[in-house]
Design a protein. Structure first.
Length: 311
């Protein structure tokens, strides 16, 4: 029953995630009750995604670090620079819009990307290595990126951010790999199938809870916000495609290509929202949070359309 339920949700994921967003936007007061638990639920998603990996698998990634290094460059150099250029081109008179766009595409790769990589049988060790390394580096890379591209002097509580992200990513990932190590792979062969359905429920919970933050902006929409949303959609769509294109140029196999698509396309929007709320005026948060409306839909779209072409 667990496997059939998991397969059913995977089949309809492109519709499930928009429905969760619609619920979060329609009933924000109710959905917001889940926000205090998002970090813990993220940790569970990471744990489930890491259950197929062992320490030797992660270490093997560094035998050929080219895909990992290329993704880090795309995530923290190429895509933020393109976002900055697009912001100046279309919203040059609105520094908050530009800052929000750059911040949206400067935050680390998404923890939930591990789930999508698992669904489409990507390179789990590569994706896990990217998430862990990018998370650890982000408290240092994000302020530098913002300072260089938008000239903002950003003060971030790096210790707080590190603690939160390490709890969401590093610790559950290490716990999963330790279990595989001490059980000699027994957990790796049994637990992922049993927990996959619950991981989908966890994703639905996260999407619904986070969507409550976007509700005020969606309900008071204007032309500029529509244009900002369209720009974020185009940039996000291009980010997935960029990962695919670079993987093709590097002649990577199917598994690594899938990991590069989701590694460059998905961002930890929750982390971006924390930074926006703590360091900037409220207007900066809208370009960050509007990505919530697109990210899971695009992930499902690329899974159905692009990944199927890799067969």
């Amino acid at each position: 029953m667990l496997e059939k339920g998991n397969q059913f949700i995977e089949k309809w994921m492109a519709f499930v995630t928009p429905l969760c967003m619609l619920v979060g936007i329609s009933f924000p007061d109710v959905a917001a009750h889940g926000l205090p638990y998002v970090t813990l639920v993220f940790a569970f998603i990471t744990f489930t995604g890491a259950l197929k990996s062992e320490f030797k698998d992660v270490l093997r990634v560094f035998h050929d670090p080219k895909p990992l290094l290329c993704m880090l460059v795309m995530i923290h150099v190429v895509i933020p620079a393109v976002a900055c250029g697009a912001g100046h081109l279309f919203f040059g008179s609105d520094p908050y819009a530009i800052t929000g766009m750059v911040l949206e595409f400067s935050v680390p790769t998404a923890v939930v990307g591990l789930m999508w990589v698992t669904i489409y049988n990507g390179n789990n060790p590569l994706s896990l290595s990217l998430v862990v390394i990018d998370t650890i580096l982000s408290p240092f890379l994000i302020p530098v990126t913002l300072r260089v591209l938008v000239g903002s002097q950003v003060e971030i509580d790096a210790t707080m951010m590190m603690r939160q992200l390490i709890f969401m990513v590093a610790l559950p990932a290490i716990a999963a790999m330790v279990l595989n190590q001490v059980t000699h792979g027994a957990v790796k062969n049994t637990w992922p199938k049993k927990l996959a359905l619950f991981s989908k429920f966890a994703l639905m919970f996260v999407v619904t809870s986070n969507s409550s933050k976007v509700a005020p902006y969606v309900r008071h929409m204007n032309l500029e916000r529509v244009a900002i949303g369209a720009a974020i959609l185009v940039l996000a769509t291009g980010s997935y495609a960029l990962g695919w294109g670079v993987a093709r140029v590097l002649h990577q196999d199917k598994e690594t290509t899938i990991s590069m698509i989701y590694g460059t396309g998905m961002r930890n929007i929750s982390a971006g929202a924390v930074i926006a709320g703590a360091c900037f005026p409220g207007a900066v948060m809208y370009p960050v949070m509007i990505g919530t409306l697109f990210q899971q839909v695009l992930a499902a779209f690329y899974g159905k359309v692009l990944v199927s072409k890799l067969e």
